[in-house]
Design a binder for this molecule. Structure first.
Ligand SMILES: Cc1ncc(COP(=O)(O)O)c(C=O)c1O
Length: 350
């Protein structure tokens, strides 16, 4: 039994997307399945298992806790924490066989015995050693007791931009750092999903795919998540009826409204108030008034006959997370990873 608002995750689609991403990589490059933020909302452990079964060799997460949760679930594959691991968390992660990202020599002092990937900031201005500092940093890190410099990597700011000249400049800067290294670490990586598709010269030893795994960001991919709910109540209201908080919508004519048991606490953006639409029986049901914390009202004007209990599609079947994102002035990443913890994930296709 689960509440009548749920996300249906097709693990067959995740596996298929992983296979397609792998097929795009240049010879010798492996695939990292990026499963941070609970697998972009799809469930980190099931998404990781599906991707590994389809040939992904690595897993990527943002924080050490996410890596530990994968280990606790019995996943033995190599895992890299892509973000900052504070010194006090480092030894537990290293003991669990988790690779850490390093971008400061101060933190590295706490990373004894660890397998490290050196982050180089080639233009994102977010995390990493500067390009000119990286070679000396690699030499210092390699000299630390028990430390293995297993990887070196960078991240693109705009591999999804129409104009790839910025990404190419970043790649040139990354190559400059690589050429000045005292040795070449075994795993050199740079490409996210968009770069896997658009910048083969950035594949090196590993492509780090997040959004592509879940079906967005490249050709031939299949969205893995559908988001559904069911109608709680149906009512016909007279003209001049205010709907939801602050009456930001007032009916012009009499209108049949349906209340859905889903709201912004579940991740339905409040910015879709009076903007978005859901699908009921294949028809469009626009959102009326404010999206509330736990409930949302839609119009049944174009879907007469819908009744309490009927299924409602928030994401799926031609109305995907990127469509919702465009209406909410955000990106599919944010839509997907904000689907709330209280929305049960129901797995199919495993
Ligand atoms: C360092 C790093 N690599 C790879 C990814 C995956 O990117 P994408 O989801 O665009 O494939 C991310 C996600 O933000 C990231 O931060």
């Amino acid at each position: 039994m689960h509440r009548p608002t749920w996300a249906e995750v097709d693990l067959g689609a995740v596996a298929e997307n992983a296979s397609r991403l792998r097929a795009r990589l240049t010879a010798g490059a492996q695939l990292m399945a990026v499963v941070k933020a609970d697998g972009y909302g799809h469930g980190a452990v099931p998404a990781a298992r599906a991707a590994l079964a389809a040939g992904a060799a690595w897993l990527g997460v943002a924080i050490a806790e996410e890596a530990m949760a994968l280990r606790a679930a019995g996943i033995a594959a190599p895992i890299l924490v892509l973000g900052w691991t504070p010194p006090e968390q480092a030894q537990a992660a290293i003991q669990a066989g988790i690779d850490l990202t390093v971008f400061s020599l101060e933190d590295a002092a706490a990373y004894r015995g660890g397998r490290l990937h050196v982050k180089v900031d080639t233009g994102m201005s977010r995390l990493g050693f500067a390009v000119d500092e990286a070679p000396a940093a690699v030499a210092r890190l390699a000299a630390l007791p028990g430390v293995e410099v297993r990887g070196i990597f960078t991240h693109f700011a705009g591999s999804d931009d129409d104009d790839l000249s910025g990404a190419r400049r970043q790649l040139t800067a990354f190559r400059r750092a690589l050429e000045a290294l005292p040795f070449r670490p075994p795993v050199v990586h740079a490409a996210n999903t968009a770069a896997i598709f658009r910048l083969p010269e950035a594949h090196f030893d590993l492509g780090r795919a997040g959004i592509g795994l879940y079906g967005y960001g490249g050709p031939g991919l299949r969205p893995a998540l559908r988001w559904l709910t069911r109608i709680a109540q149906v009512r016909e209201v007279p003209p001049q009826t205010g709907v939801s908080y602050n009456w930001t919508y007032v009916t012009q004519t009499s209108e049949t409204l349906a209340t859905l048991p889903v709201g912004y606490a579940d991740g339905l953006p409040r910015s879709l108030s009076n903007r978005g639409a859901v699908r009921i029986a294949g028809g469009r049901a626009p959102i009326r008034g404010r999206v509330c914390m736990d409930q949302t009202v839609v119009s049944l004007a174009e879907v007469p006959g819908a009744k309490p209990g009927d299924p409602v599609l928030l994401i799926g079947d031609g109305q995907w997370a990127d469509d919702m994102a465009a209406l909410a002035a955000t990106i599919p990443y944010e839509i997907l990873c904000r689907i709330g913890a209280r929305v049960p994930r129901i797995y199919i296709g495993s």
